[in-house]
Design a protein around this ligand. Sequence first.
Ligand code: NAP
Length: 161
Amino acid sequence: MEVIGIAAVTANGYIARHKNERISWSRDLPLFQKQTGNYPVIMGSTTYKTIPNGLSGRQMIVVKRSDSPEMILRKIKHNRCFVIGGGKTFSKFAPHLTHLYLTMHPIIFKSGIRVFSEIRDDIFLSFIQMIPVIEAEGIFQFQYELIKSKDNRVEPNKTTH
Ligand SMILES: NC(=O)c1ccc[n+]([C@@H]2O[C@H](COP(=O)([O-])OP(=O)(O)OC[C@H]3O[C@@H](n4cnc5c(N)ncnc54)[C@H](OP(=O)(O)O)[C@@H]3O)[C@@H](O)[C@H]2O)c1
């Protein structure tokens, strides 16, 4: 199963100014809706509180600190699911992510929540492709395959989505 992390990020690597921020600055919602489609979306309880109206058409799986990523992923019957944040949840699922879709926004926050709340040093990104979101404003989505250092794979699978 593909486990795709997807996020809107600032030029200096933040996904929010603070944990209660409802994201209104991102410009990639139509692409997010299209890509996550009818697939299950996994999110942390804090992010869930920032989306009061939910995400229509998708199974929303809300993660608490006591939840095991392995158990959650094992129950999913689709061939693809999306981890949609926030930073604590990206870190929690990092060992299981197969792909990362990051939409870079040309803004800078002084402080905030990083894509991964805890940085791991055993994960490497292999570039797949770049999708224009709002080209005139310099907003592009960068798609990567995640390579864990323990993997034996030499050549990443260059599938596109
Ligand atoms: N730009 C983007 O694309 C994007 C995407 C998603 C989210 N966001 C933003 O990210 C922010 C939320 O990110 P976040 O990292 O704070 O939260 P989060 O990952 O959404 O949720 C927090 C998770 O961590 C757990 N947790 C909380 N305190 C913990 C602790 N001390 N030890 C272990 N686990 C703990 C929570 O479980 P419990 O329920 O048990 O506390 C929950 O599973 C929001 O502002 C949201 O808008 C941005």
